[in-house]
Design a protein around this ligand. Structure first.
Ligand code: NHX
Ligand code: ZN
Length: 657
């Protein structure tokens, strides 16, 4: 019995450090259950429990034959009456302090023995094995939590970088797979040259770049680019994510950095790629909460390692970030990440090239016009386009088609842009009507203002999780500068939905929430970032001038005095109020159009192309044929900022009030 118990204990103990031991509550439950059974078996069993007085009685009656005395028990065998027959039965009685017992036993000539019997095994189990087991269980659980999967490496190997360092001795990717970011590729060719022929560079005594920072928004292909460099040069590719370095225990990340560099130097020439460097390289002491010892140590280790090795050995560190402005300046110093390669979102040509890469190996109909797809997807990055193509392939398969055709591609980019269609969402006719007026309000204000993007589509088909209807515009390519008047017109368009509701129903709805968020962000940016308010002047009121590319109007940390705060709020409200009045005016002047268009939209649920042109005019809606024809047209020269913009703009803002 105790044998099985010991086996169980051993099993548990030996299994703990094993690699693939799957800790779970079930193990604990099983052990406890076994213990319970064993105990019941040992303790109870077949022997008859007797009171001490009954035992003495039996002793006096000469019924007792054999006795074993332990510290706690008296066990033995006695003739006990059972159903009128006297049977030799094992018994057990709790021992009582009785100095005369031995004498008595001797007198009766009973065979007796003392036994030192302990429950050490049980005690050992409860005092050591069980608590230790629980602790190890919890510990391993925590470690796994922190480690974030992977699983290999076991518990004892945290100093080493785990399987998280991905090593590819030969990435099968080269520059042919990288489309739409030609400039970045051009800049990296030098790195490839060096990795291929380090001797040539060394002979000339040329300074070799140690670190290359790839800067660009998510999904633009930074990782792909790094892999392609390794592939072109046919050198090993090590990659790790900056967030993998940040661990709970101080010093672990630093150890991992050192280990990574050791591994890399052993395989030189090679590329070491650190993704999401911002997770690691955030300016030291940037945020006030939580201790930063760990990250600081890791960052310092990285800097030390970068300084310490000779790049002539042929290890080139590449890193990717989408927020270079938050990185510690120390990372950018000479001898570290002193090269920066900007990876911009692709323009229309880039998108077309990317699409061509992604349709490789897929069955695509000859009618598919990739140029048109590229024209319809401003703002899409490589990852979005890859997603769209894949989504289109899935759709085509679901529809039982042999090839991907245009409708699938259009549906796929719609999904990518505005979320999944949810026609099943049940809306009352009244709600549908309100939505139709709201969307037409946007579209008409947009069409009547001169500085706005052309309207692409109006729809009252619910999409995604929280959108009941939408109006899409085709933003112009690569708008690096936005004029004051353009922002103001954008605000008016965004307020057009609510304005339509007010005009038609004399009542407004919560539906404008997302519009108002955008409106507020835009007006705030005008006042606080772009110096576009006369009252507040040409002053930046935000702590960080840098704003993420994906949302240039996003609010961030602010810095200004209390009275200025009041002024800002007032001014923001005033801008929005004036724009709202203007939107109301435009719609009041076009009420018939609003009603007709909303009625039509309610019927067909979606207006685009010629149908939309009937209401808004041909030149205020998106015309794709133009995009397709300009296929071979040269890029327009970069526009210089117009000097007289400010005057006319200020004038227009006043007019809108
Ligand atoms: C909602 N969504 O979430 C519903 C489903 C006004 C014609 N209550 O401006 O879809 O009302 O031009 C929490 C609380 C979004 C989250 C309220 C998320 C409100 C989009 C606004 C169309 N098109 N609005 C638009 C829209 C909405 C919203 C929310 C939320 C509608 C409008 C959302
Ligand atoms: Zn709206």
């Amino acid at each position: 019995m105790s044998d099985t118990q010991e086996k169980k204990n051993n099993k548990k103990k030996s299994a703990t450090p094993a690699k693939r031991f799957n800790f779970s509550l079930w193990y604990l439950v099983a052990v406890l259950l076994a213990l319970f059974i064993a105990q019941a078996y040992m303790g109870g069993g077949k022997s008859e429990p007797l009171s001490y007085s009954r035992f003495k009685e039996l002793l006096n009656e000469d019924a007792v034959k054999r006795v074993i005395i332990t510290q706690e028990n008296i066990r033995g065998e006695a003739m006990i009456d059972s159903a009128g027959v006297s049977v030799l039965t094992p018994f057990e009685a709790v021992r009582v302090d009785d100095p005369d017992l031995v004498k008595q036993l001797e007198e009766k000539g009973i065979d007796f023995e003392g036994r030192f019997e302990s429950d050490w095994l049980k005690g050992f189990f409860f005092a050591w094995v069980l608590p230790l087991g629980i602790i190890i269980l919890l510990w391993s659980f925590l470690i796994r939590r922190m480690g974030g999967g992977g699983g290999s490496g076991g518990l004892m190997s945290f100093g080493k970088s785990r399987a998280k360092v991905y090593m590819e001795s030969a990435t099968k990717i080269n520059f042919k797979d990288v489309a739409g970011i030609d400039e970045a590729v051009e800049e990296l060719k030098e790195v490839v040259e060096f990795l291929k022929q380090p001797a040539k560079f060394r002979a000339l005594g040329a300074q070799i770049p140690k670190g290359v920072m790839l800067v660009g928004p998510p999904g633009t292909g930074k990782t792909l680019l790094a892999k392609a460099v390794a592939g072109e040069a046919s050198v090993p590719f090590f990659s790790i994510s900056g967030s993998d370095f940040v661990e709970m225990f101080v010093g672990v990340g630093a150890a991992r950095v050192r280990d990574l560099f050791q591994q890399a130097q052993a395989k030189a020439p090679c590329i070491v790629f650190i993704d999401e460097l911002d997770a690691l390289g955030k300016a030291r002491g940037a945020s006030p909460w939580a201790s930063h010892d760990e990250r600081e140590q890791t960052l310092n280790a990285l800097l030390v390692e970068m300084d310490g090795f000779e790049s002539s050995k042929g290890v080139i560190i590449m890193a990717a970030t989408n927020r270079p402005e938050i990185l510690d300046m120390a990372l950018m110093r000479p001898g570290r990440f002193d090269r920066q390669v900007v990876v911009d979102p692709p323009n229309i040509d880039g998108r077309e090239a990317i699409l061509k890469v992604h349709i490789r190996g897929k069955k695509i109909s000859k009618d598919v016009n990739l140029r048109l797809i590229a024209a319809r997807t401003p703002g899409f990055v490589g990852a979005d386009l890859a997603n769209s193509i894949n989504e289109a392939a899935l759709l085509a398969a679901r529809r039982g088609k042999k090839e991907i055709e245009m409708p699938e591609l259009e549906e796929a980019i719609d999904r990518e842009m505005t979320g999944l269609e949810r026609r099943s969402r049940v809306l009352t006719p009244k709600t549908k009507e309100k939505i139709a007026y709201h969307e037409c309000g946007h579209a008409i204000v947009g069409a009547k203002l001169p500085n706005t993007d052309p309207v692409h589509r109006v729809s009252i088909i619910p999409r995604g999780t929280a959108t009941l209807g939408h109006t899409l515009y085709l933003p112009s390519e690569e708008q690096y500068l936005i004029s004051k008047q353009e922002i103001i017109d954008k605000i008016k368009v965004a307020l057009g939905g609510r304005a339509a509701e007010e005009i038609i129903y004399g009542e407004i709805t919560s539906g404008a929430y997302s519009d108002l968020q955008q409106v507020t962000a835009m007006a705030r940016a005008m006042v606080m970032d772009y110096g576009m308010s006369e009252k507040l002047g040409q002053v930046v009121y935000r702590r960080r001038g840098h704003t993420p590319r994906d949302n240039p109007f996003q609010t961030q940390d602010d810095y200004y005095g209390e009275d200025t705060a009041q002024l800002i709020d007032q001014e923001v409200k005033e801008i929005i109020d004036r724009c709202y009045t203007e939107a109301l005016q435009i719609l009041r002047g076009n009420q018939d159009l609003l009603r007709n268009m909303a009625a039509e939209l309610l019927k067909v649920e979606m207006l685009e192309g010629d149908k939309l042109a009937e209401f808004l005019g041909k030149d205020r809606i998106t015309d794709y044929s133009e995009h397709i024809q300009t296929k071979d047209a040269p890029e327009p020269p970069a526009e210089s900022p117009k000097e007289d913009d400010d005057d006319s703009v200020g004038h227009n803002l006043d007019k809108s009030g």
